[in-house]
Design a protein around this ligand. Structure first.
Ligand SMILES: [Zn+2]
Length: 83
């Protein structure tokens, strides 16, 4: 059991170095990472839709949300199913 927990801790450490940081400090202020376009945008309501959970912002930037809405309207599948 102990081994299992330790292994998981190691994996988490490993991923922490690989996964992009959610926030980045720039000269213009705080920027937030969009997990869809893999880019950073200023952490303001101008670029992000508000959300009543997590850190208060949607995980996709506004441009990605709009793109996704267009895709759905065009008949794109809602979610990729896990095999
Ligand atoms: Zn985006």
């Amino acid at each position: 059991m102990t081994l299992c927990i330790e292994t998981r801790g190691d994996l988490r450490k490993l991923f922490a170095g690989v996964r992009p940081r959610k926030y980045k400090d720039t000269e213009e202020g705080k920027e937030r990472y969009c997990c869809r376009c893999k880019d950073y945008w200023p952490a303001t309501l101008e670029f992000w839709w508000p959300l009543n959970r997590g850190d208060g912002f949607h995980s996709w930037c506004k441009a990605c949300c709009e793109e996704r809405t267009k895709e759905l309207k065009a008949g794109a599948p809602r979610m990729k199913r896990r095999a």
